[in-house]
Design a protein around this ligand. Sequence first.
Ligand SMILES: [Zn+2]
Length: 456
Amino acid sequence: MNWQAEAEKRRAELTGQLQRLIAIPSVLSEETSEQAPFGKEVRRALDWVLEEGERQGYRVKNVANVAGHLEIGEGKELFGILGHVDVVPAGSGWKHDPFGGAIEGNKLFGRGAIDDKGPTIAAWTALNMVKDSGLTFDKRVRLIVGTDEESGFRCVEKYFQEEEMPGAAFAPDADFPLINAEKGIAGLKFSVDEIGADDALVSFHSGERTNMVPDVATAVVDNSRDWQEAFAVFRDVQGLEGSIDVQDETATLVIRGKSAHAMEPDAGVNAGIHLATFLAQQLDGAGGAFSRFIADHFSGDSRGRALGLAYADEESGDTTLNLGIMRYVRGSHAYGEVSLRYSITYPFADKLEALKTAGITYEITSNSEPHYVDGDDPFVRTLQKAYEDNTGERAELLAIGGGTYARVLDKGVAFGMLFPGEPDVAHQADEFVDIDNLVKATAIYAQAISEWACKK
Ligand SMILES: [Zn+2]
């Protein structure tokens, strides 16, 4: 079967269906009901998929109004494809109507075009192609559609409480070629107990979320000494942007860095760590202890070496730490919050126990375990081959520090739909999908489905 030629024939169907789905503004709403737990537009997107699917001859099911599936084929084994039809809010700055689905040249614009309505339509169309090809399924195949991927996965949690877990599945909600390893993601909150005492630091504030590198840090210090010269020297030696504003009683120090995703802290410049490193040289007392804790354990060290948390493995590379939130208020509290992205084989309990033994005060605020499917698994091999046959490129296996939708599956990998080198416009203004790539991905998915789920 020449899946590329088949997919090419469906180009207009692909863009047409995608435009219809994009036209439904399926953003999480505050106005909810039992019939529409995430709002009526989200429910409308789910209904649209199920009604279309039923019309096309699938066995369809709505699961608690939060997810659903289209099923086809026969057999004991279940194969799954997991996409989602909820989208993040449009936000501002669009040149195109975020729910208009405008086509300009090779691009189709709209919220959800690449995350995840476009990939869901591609996988669905691929399933239609296999269904219409005359091949016979020897597995049951389900296109599972969630409606709460963007705000907590409540959809698939509920779905898999009630429904069968597929023996193997892919989620077209990330990158090609194929992601088979996702690190564990834990939240750690470190407290510095020394409070009070002689102390010039009034407050320190940097970062809002543990999953981002903070790009600004602000400290308020007593004006009991001249900060200006020392601060200027530090800033210039480090090559940082920053400012100092001296008032009557206090001075406000600001350092600017560069934001980046927590999965690679070294791609950013952590403003908070830099400012704390400066203060560590200047302060005594509780403010000094807080600043030194940060400087000693995080300065120039995103791998957790100073904390004894460092680890790497072949499957997924380095464990990383992003100190994303730093807070200090004199006489009140002093803490830092970290997103720990730990390797697949990380000895989590031992590492965290050793930290306690070292006398460091912390709590684990969250923990999502690593997700891994063996690279030699026949399912992974089948997907790799489909990618290679249709692109002529090697299907390298990817390990990432983030989490994808595939995490909820027992044997699930992320498979597309962003091709290597494509810009990631998910969640941004003027989100679009490259139409040629939409067609190409459809061919890849069709081959993968036919080779995994049809009689030879
Ligand atoms: Zn997504």
